[in-house]
Design a protein around this ligand. Structure first.
Ligand SMILES: CC1(C)CN=C(N2CCN(c3ncnc4sc(CCF)cc34)CC2)S1
Length: 484
C-alpha cells in the first residue's frame, strides 16, 4: 500500500484544488497501490468543510476565488488516518500469516465498521460516504460501509479484497482468484442485511440490483474512482459548493486520462454531468462522455446496465433533443430485468413525467421539425413501453397501473395515423430475416450494427427490437418494430 509517504506530506498544508489533484496523482502513479483510507479522509475533510451548515451561507453568497480551499493541515489528516488504522489493527488480530482474505476476516472487518456506527441516523443523508464521516461522526451510507470495509482490508494488508458495484448496491470480492463474494452492507429500507453471505447465484443475482451478474469489479485505482464519484458537492437541495464540484471534476479527469474510468460507466456519466454544467476547455465534450459510458457498458457488462442510458437520455432531454432522448430511454428499457424499487422510480419519472412533458411541448404546434411526424420516434416509444410491459410480465409484483396507462395512451395518440402506419410490427423471424438481409442490418439484443460493425441505421429503414413477450429463449432475434 502506498501509505502516507513523504512525497505526499510535502504537499501539506493543502490550500488549493491543484494540491489535492497532485496528492491523488502521486498516489495513483505510485509503484505500490493508492491508499484508500488516506484519499477518502482528504476528500471527506474538504467536502465537509465546504458543505457543512456552518459555512453554507458563506459559500452561497461569496464564492471564494477559484482554486482556493480552506487550509488542510497535515495534523488533521494524520490524526484521522492513525485513528482508522488503530481501529482496524486492534480489532483484527495480526498474528495470522498474511495471504488471501477469508470470509471470516471480511465479515470481521464489516462487523468492526458496522458496530462503530451510530445506532440510528438518516441513512440517505448527503456526505455520509467517506472515512471522514465514519471517523468523525460514526455515520456511513450503504456505499460508505462497503468502501470502508475495502479500505480496512487494505490497511490490514489484504490486497485481494475489492469493491464490487452494481447501479444500486455494493459488496466485495476476495480470495485467490477473486471469485469469492460477500455482502458487507445493507441495501434499501427495511431489508434485513445479508452481511457475510455470498451473492446468491439464483434469481436475485440476475435482477437489476446485481445487474444480472455483470457488476463493476474494481481495481484499487477504480476504488479511488468510486470514492471520487461519491464526492457530493451538495450544499442544500438547490446549490452545490463550487469548489467541491470543481475538485470532483478535476479528479475525475485525472482518473479518466489515466484510463481508470474505462470500465466504470457511472463514473464517466458523473463526469459528463459535471462537464454539461461547466465544460472544461479542450476536453472530450459531455455528449461524447455519455456515449462512452454507453459503449463501456455494452463492451464490458453485456449491456446490462441502465444508468448509462438514463444519463444520456437526461442530457438529450435537458437539451431538447427529444428524438435522441426517446432512443436512449428505449435502449434503457431494453436492458431492465426483474422489478426493483430504485430503477422503477427512474422509469416511472421517464414514462409519466419526462415523456408527457415532451409530448405537451411537441403538440403545442410550435416545433417545426416535430417528432410527432417521425416514425422512428414512434418506434422507439413503443420499444420503451414494450420493455416496461415485459418487465411487468417477468416480475413477481405488478408494475403497471392506470397511472402508467393514461400517459401511455395520451402519448401514443399524439402520433397521427399516417405516421403510426409507417411503423410495421414484424412478428416472425422469417419476415425479419428477409428485412434484415435486404437492409444489411442485423440485431443483437439491444443495439444494431451494420455487418461492417459500425453502429448505424440505414436511412430508409429504422429497425428496433421489441422483445417477444412469449419467447423466453435467448435468441438474439426478436419480432421487431419497423418504421419504413
Ligand atoms: C442517470 C442518473 C439518474 C444520474 N445519476 C446517477 N447516479 C449517480 C452516481 N451513482 C454512482 N456513481 C458511481 N458509482 C456508483 S456505485 C453505486 C451503487 C451504490 F454503491 C452508485 C454509483 C449512482 C447513479 S444515475
Amino acid at each position: 500500500m502506498a501509505g502516507f509517504r513523504d512525497l505526499d506530506k510535502v504537499l501539506f498544508p493543502i490550500k488549493s484544488i491543484n494540491n489535492v489533484v497532485q496528492l491523488f496523482r502521486n498516489q495513483l502513479e505510485s509503484p505500490s497501490e493508492p491508499d484508500l483510507a488516506l484519499l477518502s479522509i482528504v476528500a471527506g475533510v474538504i467536502e465537509n468543510s465546504l458543505t457543512s451548515r456552518s459555512n453554507a451561507a458563506l459559500q452561497v453568497c461569496e464564492p471564494v476565488e477559484q482554486n482556493n480551499l480552506p487550509i488542510l493541515e497535515i495534523k488533521t489528516v494524520e490524526i484521522l488516518y492513525d485513528k482508522f488504522r488503530s481501529i482496524m489493527l486492534n480489532a483484527v488480530d495480526q498474528n495470522k500469516a498474511k495471504g488471501f482474505a477469508t470470509r471470516d476476516l471480511v465479515k470481521k472487518v464489516s462487523d468492526v465498521i458496522w458496530n462503530s456506527l451510530t445506532r440510528s441516523y438518516y441513512k440517505d443523508r448527503a456526505h455520509l460516504q467517506s472515512l471522514y464521516s465514519f471517523l468523525s461522526g460514526n455515520k456511513l451510507d450503504c456505499f460508505g460501509v462497503a468502501f470502508a470495509v475495502v479500505a480496512g482490508c487494505q490497511c490490514l494488508g489484504y490486497n485481494d479484497v475489492h469493491l464490487a458495484l452494481s447501479e444500486d448496491h455494493a459488496w466485495v470480492i476476495f480470495g485467490e482468484n477473486g471469485t469469492e463474494t460477500a455482502e458487507v452492507t445493507w441495501h434499501g429500507k427495511g431489508n434485513e442485511d445479508k452481511r457475510g453471505q455470498e451473492i446468491g447465484k439464483g434469481v436475485s443475482a440476475r435482477s437489476w440490483l446485481y445487474v444480472n451478474n455483470k457488476p463493476v469489479i474494481c481495481t484499487r485505482h477504480m476504488e479511488v474512482a468510486a470514492l471520487v464519484s461519491a464526492i457530493n458537492p451538495s450544499l442544500n437541495s438547490t446549490h452545490d459548493a463550487y469548489e467541491v464540484a470543481l475538485l470532483q471534476q478535476e479528479l475525475l479527469w485525472l482518473l479518466y486520462e489515466l484510463g481508470h474510468l474505462k470500465k466504470y460507466p457511472m463514473a464517466i456519466g458523473n463526469l459528463g454531468d459535471l462537464e454539461e454544467i461547466a465544460a472544461t476547455e479542450g476536453k472530450v465534450p459531455c455528449k461524447d462522455l455519455f456515449q462512452e459510458a454507453v459503449t463501456s457498458a455494452r463492451s464490458y457488462y453485456s449491456n446490462q446496465h441502465v444508468y448509462p442510458y438514463t444519463y444520456q437520455g437526461g442530457y438529450f432531454y435537458r437539451n431538447k433533443m427529444y428524438e435522441e432522448a426517446f432512443e436512449s430511454w428505449a435502449n434503457a428499457s431494453d436492458v431492465i430485468r426483474l422489478d426493483d424499487e430504485e430503477i422503477y422510480k427512474e422509469f416511472l419519472e421517464i414514462a409519466n413525467e419526462l415523456i408527457p412533458h415532451i409530448m405537451k411541448i411537441e403538440s403545442s404546434g410550435f416545433s417545426a421539425n416535430t417528432i410527432l411526424k417521425k416514425p422512428k420516434c414512434f418506434a422507439d416509444l413503443l420499444r420503451f413501453y414494450d420493455g416496461i410491459c415485459q418487465w411487468e410480465e417477468g416480475s413477481a409484483t405488478p408494475v403497471l397501473h392506470i397511472g402508467w396507462a393514461k400517459p401511455l395512451v395520451l402519448t401514443i395518440s399524439k402520433f397521427d395515423a399516417d405516421v403510426r402506419a409507417q411503423v410495421n410490427i414484424v412478428c416472425d423471424k422469417s419476415e425479419e430475416d428477409k428485412l434484415l438481409k435486404k437492409n444489411g442490418t442485423y440485431f443483437n439484443n439491444n443495439n444494431y450494427e451494420k455487418e461492417n460493425g459500425s453502429t448505424a441505421v440505414s436511412d430508409s429503414v429504422v429497425s428496433t427490437n421489441v422483445k417477444n413477450h412469449s419467447d423466453k429463449d435467448n435468441s438474439p432475434f426478436h419480432p421487431s418494430i419497423e418504421a419504413l
